[in-house]
Ligand binder design. Structure first.
Ligand code: ADP
Length: 273
């Protein structure tokens, strides 16, 4: 049974006390699981109609474009269609994040020995492809870990993506990915940046779903990325935190099991599978 406790202090006729209420939240947790599964199904089913909307918006835009400079109505119609397209992009991002969120929760974990250097290299290359400015990225050397490749990729992609995203406008993004041992066969991976940093009041909440600390125009997002990271790292038995980067910016660090070191077979003994 999962119990949650809520309560409040009482002051009756000058006599002080407190009231505590215990709730059985097993059912709430189960319902939360149902809701996550439901969100996953809805997100998946929304993809098709959204593709249709996007395709038609593009066709309407192309059809109107030649007429646009000549009439106010056509210009307004084009502007409306562009707004529809921008809405579609935002919905796609939300759907992708919701799907990743349900996957992070429900997909069977398939841990295997992984070379983090290769994985981070791929994630960085993909992210950098989509950027207008060339960021300043320093990586590794990184160890081998025992983790689910697809899920760990989500974590690295979210953290590196955020480090590249939450920068002062006009500044070159600076990211540092490093590793250290975290004792008893565990490794700690850190993604540090020189960006705008996470305010202290938000630090305890940034790993909650939909919590966003910076909601200005220039930083689009859904607030699900770090919730996905926490789910994945929890499922590997590790933990994830954020602290200030001493030089400015923020430093996200998480722990995962290190890959078991292959033992050399003693002379004269042959290993059999
Ligand atoms: P989002 O889709 O909003 O980026 P995340 O869950 O990835 O959602 O992050 C939650 C919030 O934490 C963000 O909205 C942002 O305010 C803050 N945040 C995350 N990463 C960074 C970072 N590297 N630097 C500063 N703030 C960050």
């Amino acid at each position: 049974t999962l119990l949650s406790v809520s309560g409040r202090p009482l002051d009756v006729d000058g006599r002080r006390g407190a009231i505590a209420v215990f709730h059985d939240i097993t059912e709430v947790r189960e319902r939360e699981g149902d809701l996550t599964a439901f969100a996953g199904i809805v997100a998946h089913d929304l993809k098709n109609p959204l593709t249709v909307i996007a395709a038609h918006a593009e066709m309407a835009h192309d059809a109107l474009e030649p007429a646009a400079p000549h009439s106010r109505e056509a210009r307004e119609a084009t502007a409306s269609i562009d707004r529809v397209s921008a809405g579609v992009v935002r919905m796609r991002r939300l759907i992708d994040d919701l799907l990743a969120y349900t996957t992070a929760r429900d997909a069977a974990l398939k841990p295997q020995p992984l070379d983090l250097n290769a994985l981070v290299g791929e994630v960085v290359a993909e992210r950098v492809n989509h950027l207008a400015v060339r960021p300043d990225i320093y990586v590794g050397p990184l160890p081998r870990v025992e983790a689910d490749p697809a899920l760990l990729r989500h974590v690295l992609d979210n953290l590196i993506g955020n480090a590249l995203k939450y920068v002062q406008p006009g500044r070159t993004p600076k990211v540092d990915v490093s590793a250290s041992t975290a004792g008893a066969g565990w490794v700690r991976i850190e993604v540090a940046d020189r960006g705008i940093g996470v305010p202290d009041a938000d630090k305890p909440h940034v790993f909650e779903s939909f919590h966003r600390a910076h909601t200005g125009q220039s930083y689009g997002g859904t607030g699900l990325g770090l919730a996905i990271c926490r789910r994945v790292i929890d499922r590997h038995g590790g933990s994830i935190i954020v602290v200030d980067n001493p030089g400015g910016g923020s430093r996200f660090s998480f722990t995962v099991p290190g890959a078991p070191v292959a033992m050399a077979a003693p002379a004269g003994v042959t290993a059999h599978e």
